[in-house]
Design a protein around this ligand. Structure first.
Ligand SMILES: [Zn+2]
Length: 317
């Protein structure tokens, strides 16, 4: 039976956390809670949801599908071709799901009117703006990702909603060790000015040990409100310090009289080096032949353990 746009939309509405525009893009996001919710949508779209497992396996056999039991398992787990990423878990080289039944791609595309800018996501990556219910991404997708929403501590507010009340933005980051989100607001237009000449740095390269906490404490002691603007990179971050224009002179004086660089023994580069050394020594002391797994902690220590191949593959560490 042909899947209509209306039915496809209905199925998505029933089985998803949200369907709609991702704020700040032209993309339609279809946000699921789990892979099994995708499996359920596929079953419904193909009118397979009323049948028992035995009946489904029989139907797959009739369609000439090799290993129908595994096919059913994959179908219920939602493991089918999704967008440009091939999630198809068909180890025996079976034909892609969509050749026989509607895949989740098909369902999304039909629902969206066959446009190709419809994407799939999960609730651990996306949530809703608490004001307009637009979909916002909350998990980083690259090392230079910064949020395009404000997290007030009790609600998420998207860039579109923040624009009508920029004070929400300043209140959410002022006097906190938090970065200014990228919501398209130029803070200098709102009376905030940069205190430092060169950006401060903190990261894995030697000499990058500027500590924002020292700067924050020094400004707080003098009753000056500050905002940090952080620029993330792969192995370090750079950050700038902003104050209100009327406090600039005083803030500059405080800033340049504050020892904000951590001592070498407390710098991230030194602590990483120390942790890596400890990890190497501890791994050498593990006697069994299992996979050796080490994690280096921020305080320069390291934890190591032996993991079986099975646990390693399954991520049970
Ligand atoms: Zn919003």
């Amino acid at each position: 039976m042909e899947l209509t746009q209306e039915r496809a939309t209905e199925i998505l509405m029933e089985n998803t956390f949200a369907v709609g525009k991702e704020v700040g893009t032209e993309d339609t996001m279809v946000v699921f809670d789990s892979w099994s919710a995708i499996g359920q949508a596929i079953l419904e779209a193909n009118n397979l949801d009323e049948q028992t497992d035995e009946e489904l396996i029989e139907e797959f056999k009739e369609k000439g599908i090799e290993d129908p039991e595994n096919y059913l398992k994959e179908l219920k787990g939602g493991h089918v071709k999704v967008g440009s990423n091939d999630f198809a878990a068909f180890p025996n080289g079976e034909p892609p799901f969509r050749d026989i039944y509607y895949s989740i791609d098909d369902i999304m595309e039909i629902s969206d009117g066959n446009r190709d800018n419809v994407y799939l996501g999960f609730t651990d990556e996306y949530t809703l703006c608490d004001k307009c219910c637009g979909i916002i991404r909350t998990s980083p997708d690259s090392y230079h990702w910064v949020p395009n929403y404000v997290d007030t501590g009790w609600e998420y507010i998207c860039e579109e909603c923040v624009k009508s009340d920029p004070e929400i933005l300043f209140d959410s980051v002022m006097n906190k060790l938090k970065s200014l989100p990228d919501v398209g607001i130029d803070i200098e237009e709102h009376g905030w000015v940069k205190v430092n000449d060169d950006s401060l740095q903190n990261g894995m390269h030697e000499g990058m040990a500027d500590d924002p906490e020292e700067v924050l404490d020094a400004m707080q002691e003098n009753g000056i409100n500050i905002i940090f603007d952080v620029h993330p990179s792969q192995f370090y971050v750079e950050f700038d310090v902003y104050v209100k224009e009327e406090n600039l002179d005083k803030a500059k004086e405080i800033f340049y009289n504050t020892a904000y660089e951590l001592p070498y023994e407390e710098s991230p580069a030194y602590l990483m080096q120390k942790g890596l050394k400890e990890a190497t020594i501890k791994m050498g002391e593990l006697s069994d032949s299992k996979i050796k797994y080490a994690s280096v902690n921020a305080d320069g220590t390291a934890d190591v353990k032996s993991v079986s191949a099975e646990d390693f593959i399954n991520g049970n560490m």
